[in-house]
Design a protein around this ligand. Structure first.
Ligand code: BGC
Length: 754
């Protein structure tokens, strides 16, 4: 050991003195014997200006260079949040055509969030990180935590819903799970990328209180509690600066206020100004001259904003090297955690454990929205014939939707899952019912399905109704899909209603058979004009490789549903705050004047609704939702006892604990999510009717009762005071509300803050 250190330092000395004269012939070794921060400084001191610049930007679509001369490896990134993306060519978006890059697709993040189970989040991250590691990836481009502001946002399926507290709590274990593999997460898209329309050409106008209370908390939790080693800047502008080169978001908030020591990665093609990229907190530039998804210039890397243009400014003496060294230091720190981490595991792919993780998260994330006259679970003794109707029962959903599109080892379709579960005892028959999207290709990955259908809509409907009439149960599987203008990156949905005439099909099925369950596969809320006609509704999200099996387990009652909505389903679009109060897709006059078409004419989007997002809006304004945030039924029943507090009065540096019992009063084992909301009974500023500040998922056998405790401090009572630029908890009376949905409060307890 001693000997090695001595040799190393000898080389260090030699290299330090000769490097300036002749870097080509002197071998240079990194001194591996010191603590990491010293090793970083050691490496930095041995790098040439050109090597430092090279590290700051891509060398291919998904990789950036290391320092070959020093043996510092390249960084390999990959999308994304739901599974490891397939390999594309070095410099093109086309598929590389490898045969060893198919993986397990995990449920979309909306589904993960709907489990309201932090352990599921850790399992998800751990398994996904293992696959990323096995595929030799160093940076996973996810998870996404942009807040659900409008149901039209095409990318909501990749995010975790409308509530900053739920999202924050769910994202942290995911990050830790992934990073336990020596693979960095890149929490995205920081910040204010809450819609796809105009994502490259808009400027968000938002007040500080809303920014800090609603849109920043998940990012803050991701970096301060989750310690995400990288973070991805967004495409949109804030205060007139693009988010990936933004003084306010990156320098002032992320790096100063939150003391972030990690790496800021640009979104693909989100950089467009060298000076801003240098000075405003960006560390690693990707995808310049691409739209992030498909188009891209070839071999543009030397022209990247943080490439030759940066070097030129330094050589001309127009900028110093302080920022450069800071960026490289961060990248080297990242290298020691990922590429140069000697203790990282090897990872594995598509293990039985991974499949089980995907299936279990799917089962726990599925939300039973309505179940009148207990249509579900399907009674196998009565189910001689089961009709499965709807395109989403047979459509592959892992292909499509933008950068989160995957090349999977397999995807169990709902129809196949249902057949596998019920096919032995019952006759399972299928009818299409309607035709939606027959496409099945994204970026060269093909689903291999032929969904072409020549029959008329009338003929399809007629066939479906006839099948429904002759069956004991009808399972309609519809919703949205991953085609453009549905749940898909790059565009928003055009309307809130279900597409492809599904409303008419559902109403006709409801008339044909009273044992109807409507299963919605989507990442977004949809209008349900037929809600009263249909006894049973299931929200089934995009569940990845195990989709059909997870769904069948819930339909059969093998898994008792325990998912809860991570966002509100409004009755109609106008009931949503962003559509009633705020601007969407942008300022009306500017929209009419054609703004937003290109980066020279960006459009403003003002978040006039402020902090009143989702249930904060519905509950405060008493606008009844179709289904509320936190809602989800079970095949058993639960009872909440009376909530108690351990004190009546708390001081500013005190804590208070609430306890409540939850009892399974039904006949099936199941899980309930106890949700704690806080109300400020009197405040000098306007506050939402209530805000989520705690949740716990409790698993209970029939008759079993458990006590749930929630301990909070003044952070749960605070609002962000923009003038003071600080959080304030105003003395006075508060109320703790505990229930199993934002609109189903079962017990309350008052307390006072001194
Ligand atoms: C998306 C990112 C993604 C990146 C790389 C961008 O278009 O916004 O979420 O990680 O492309 O594929």
């Amino acid at each position: 050991m001693l000997k090695k250190t001595a040799i190393v330092s000898l080389f260090t000395l030699i290299s330090a003195s000769y490097m300036a004269q002749n870097t080509k012939t002197i071998p240079v070794y990194l001194d591996e014997s010191k603590p990491v921060e010293q090793r970083i400084q050691d490496a930095l001191s041995k790098m040439t200006l050109e090597e430092k610049i090279a590290m700051l930007h891509a060398q291919s679509k998904f990789s950036s260079p290391g320092v070959p001369r020093l043996g510092i490896p390249e960084f390999w990134t990959t999308d994304g949040p739901h599974g490891v993306r397939s390999e594309v060519k070095w410099d093109e978006w086309d598929q590389a055509g490898w045969t060893n890059d198919s993986i397990i697709a995990y449920p979309a993040l909306t589904a993960l969030s709907a489990t309201w189970n932090k352990n599921m989040s850790w399992n998800y991250g751990k398994a996904l990180g293992e696959e990323a590691r096995y595929r030799k990836k160093d940076i996973l481009l996810g998870p996404g935590v942009n807040i659900y502001r409008t149901p039209l946002n095409g990318r909501n399926f990749e995010y975790m819903g409308e509530d900053p507290f739920l999202t924050s709590k769910m994202v942290v274990p995911y990050i830790k799970g992934v990073q336990s593999n020596g693979v960095a997460t890149s929490v995205k898209h920081y910040a204010l990328n809450n819609q796809e329309m105009f994502r490259h050409t808009s400027n968000v106008i938002i007040d500080d209180r809303t920014l800090y209370e609603i849109y920043l908390p998940p990012f803050k939790a991701a970096v301060t509690e989750g310690d995400s080693w990288t973070i991805m800047g967004a495409y949109d502008m804030y205060k007139g600066q693009y988010a990936s080169q933004n003084q306010y978001l990156l320098n002032d908030i992320l790096k100063k206020e939150w003391n972030y020591k990690g790496v800021v990665v640009s979104d693909w093609g989100a950089v467009n100004n060298t000076e801003q990229a240098i000075h405003n907190g960006l560390d690693l530039e990707f995808g310049s001259w691409t739209n992030g998804l498909s188009d891209g210039h070839s071999n543009a890397y030397d022209n990247y904003y943080l490439a030759q243009p940066y070097l030129k400014l330094i050589k001309e003496g127009k900028v110093g090297t302080k920022e450069l060294d800071d960026k490289v230091t961060r990248l080297l720190r990242l290298a020691y955690k990922t590429t140069m981490n000697r203790n990282k595991p090897f990872g594995n792919i598509a293990s039985e454990e991974h499949k089980a993780v995907a299936r279990e998260i799917g089962e726990e994330g599925i939300v039973l929205l309505k179940n009148q006259s207990n249509v579900l679970p399907i009674d196998i003794n009565k189910a001689k014939k089961i009709a499965v109707i709807g395109e989403n029962a047979i459509k592959i959903m892992t292909v499509g939707g933008g950068s989160s599109s995957l090349k999977v080892k397999y995807e169990t379709l709902p129809l196949d899952g249902i057949k596998a579960r019920f096919g032995k005892q019952a006759d399972v028959q299928y009818a299409r019912g309607y035709v939606g999207d027959i496409g099945g290709e994204y970026n060269g990955v093909k689903s291999g399905q032929n969904l072409k259908e020549d029959r008329s809509p009338e003929a399809l409907l007629e066939e479906a109704v006839a099948l429904a009439k002759s069956s004991d149960y009808v399972i309609f599987v519809g919703g949205l899909n991953k085609a453009d203008f549905q749940d898909s990156e790059g565009n928003d949905r055009k309307s809130y209603g279900l597409p492809y005439n599904q409303d008419q099909v559902i109403s006709a099925l409801a008339k044909a058979n009273k044992n109807l369950a409507v299963v919605l596969v989507s990442g977004n809320a949809v209008a349900m004009p037929w809600v009263k006609e249909v006894p049973t509704i299931v929200q089934a999200w995009y569940l990845g490789s195990e989709a059909g099996n997870s769904l069948a387990a819930v339909l059969a009652g093998d898994a008792n549903p325990s998912g809860k909505l991570p966002f509100t389903f409004p009755v109609k679009l106008e009931d949503n705050a962003a559509h009633q109060m705020g601007e969407y897709p942008g300022n009306k006059e500017e929209l009419a004047a054609g703004k937003g078409k290109d980066q020279k004419n960006p459009i403003n989007i003002k978040y006039n609704e402020g902090i009143f997002v989702g249930y904060r809006w519905h509950d405060t304004k008493k606008i009844k939702p179709l289904f509320s945030f936190g809602h989800g039924l079970s095949y058993t029943t639960f009872e909440f006892g009376k909530a108690k507090a351990d004190k009546k009065t708390m001081s500013q540096d005190d804590k208070i604990t609430f306890t409540v019992t939850v009892k399974n009063t039904g006949k099936k084992a199941g899980a309930e999510v106890a949700q704690l909301y806080i109300t400020d009974l009197k405040s000098s500023v306007q506050r939402p009717a209530k805000e989520l500040k705690g949740f716990e998922k409790v698993f209970l056998n029939p008759g079993e009762e458990k006590e749930v405790t929630f301990t909070i401090d003044k952070t749960a009572l605070s609002f962000f005071d923009a003038d003071k630029h600080d959080w304030v908890a105003e003395p006075g009376d508060f109320e703790a509300l505990i229930g199993n949905s934002s609109d189903a409060i079962k017990t309350k307890v008052k307390f006072t803050l001194k």
